[in-house]
Write a new protein. Structure first.
Ligand SMILES: C[S@@+](CC[C@H](N)C(=O)[O-])C[C@H]1O[C@@H](n2cnc3c(N)ncnc32)[C@H](O)[C@@H]1O
Length: 346
């Protein structure tokens, strides 16, 4: 079973970094929304947020899309599908929809929130109805964990040779499958505005250093009897940071006859943790802030994948905070958002 983000609203308390990334795309979303031509027979416009989590990042962006649409179509009904895994923290998402800044408060015709609680590697919405699909910081999550039997390697960039190639193949197959499902769902004229974690050409994965620390910590916890060697041997986090070429590749294959890649950019997202550390030199604060962010997206997967109990989970993140505080001046986690606009070929 794929694991969602940390529940109880915790992910949304720690996603300042993802928020920065998402907000960089407001103009692309506004432009795509201004090009929507509502289908008179259907009578409503459909937006989908794929991999929505608890909704903090996408709420202002969905709001931007609806406000822009309303300039030309003040009364058109809008349906917003929120898609994530069945185990997502849906209660926190609906709390947010009741807040003052919710996109539901935009004036004009009715806006209806809907939930599609399924994997985005499966159909999420009925065929041919999606006018604008959005997705932020989600598509780097693959459909299943990486190869087994890889020693203490935990992150895709720690794999070598055959296992590395196997995970790259899985990432390609998943990306192709995601696009096929979306091609089925897009309405004529429909568009997707997406981002996912990416690696610059010849560059280093954002998670390189942090996951190397986690690997060292897991090896230590195994020696201390807190983690089973066989669980570590068989687990690689289901995340893959693609290169721009890997993102382009399916558009030169069969899906290229159904979807057009209109825009692709690799956008650096400045780390709020590093920025603050450079300003105040507070290594402890860097460690606390970074580990809060890192734990919010990694804990459910590591707990499950490595078979960690509560004590072992606490110990892992305690050791990580300690290591980051000690390495503060040289600690790097620089995300690059691969940003895409994709349209349906009619
Ligand atoms: C890092 S969070 C990003 C959430 C949100 N879009 C944001 O920008 O803050 C990744 C989200 O993708 C979801 N996700 C991962 N794999 C998924 C899948 N196969 N289907 C649907 N959602 C998935 C996770 O559950 C999680 O909520």
């Amino acid at each position: 079973m794929l694991r969602p983000m940390e529940g109880g609203g915790v992910y949304d308390h720690h996603n300042e970094y993802q928020m920065r990334g998402g907000l960089l795309h407001a103009d692309l979303i506004a432009t795509a929304a201004s090009e929507i031509l509502p289908d008179d027979r259907r009578g409503s416009v459909v937006l989908v947020d794929y991999g929505c989590a608890q909704g903090r990042v996408s709420n202002p962006l969905i709001r931007t899309a609806i406000e822009r649409l309303r300039r030309a179509y003040p009364d058109v009904p809008v349906q917003v599908y929120h898609n994530d895994l069945l185990t997502n923290d849906w209660a926190s998402l609906f709390d947010r929809l009741r807040s003052e800044d919710s996109y539901l408060t935009v004036a004009g015709g009715p806006v209806t929130p809907l939930v599609s609680a399924t994997s985005f590697y499966e159909p999420v919405a009925p065929r041919g109805i999606v006018d604008l699909g959005l997705s932020f910081a989600a598509i780097q999550w693959l459909s299943s964990p990486g190869p087994r039997g890889c020693g203490s390697a935990l992150y895709f960039d720690q794999l070598e040779h055959g296992p590395r190639a196997e995970m790259a193949r899985q990432a390609h197959a998943d990306w192709t499958r995601f696009l096929e499902r979306r091609a089925d769902e897009l309405a004529p004229g429909g568009r997707l505005v997406l981002d996912m974690m990416g690696v610059p050409d010849g560059g280093t994965a954002a998670g390189h250093q942090a996951w190397q620390l986690v690997r060292d910590i897991c090896e230590g916890m195994q020696r201390d009897g807190l983690l089973e060697a066989a669980r570590l041997d068989d687990y690689v986090l289901p995340v893959y940071e693609r290169s721009a070429d890997e993102v382009r590749r399916p558009f030169g294959e069969a899906i290229g006859a159904r979807l057009r890649l209109e825009h692709l950019a690799l956008v650096p997202v400045r780390s709020p943790f590093t920025e603050r550390y450079r300003a105040d030199g507070d290594a402890g604060a860097l460690a606390v802030g970074f580990v809060g962010f890192f734990r919010a997206f990694s804990e459910p997967s590591l707990r499950d994948g490595l078979g960690l109990d509560d004590g072992a989970v606490e110990e892992l993140y305690r050791r990580l905070a300690e290591r980051i505080e000690a390495a503060a001046a040289g600690f790097v986690f620089d995300v690059h958002a691969l940003t895409l606009v994709i349209s349906r070929i009619d």
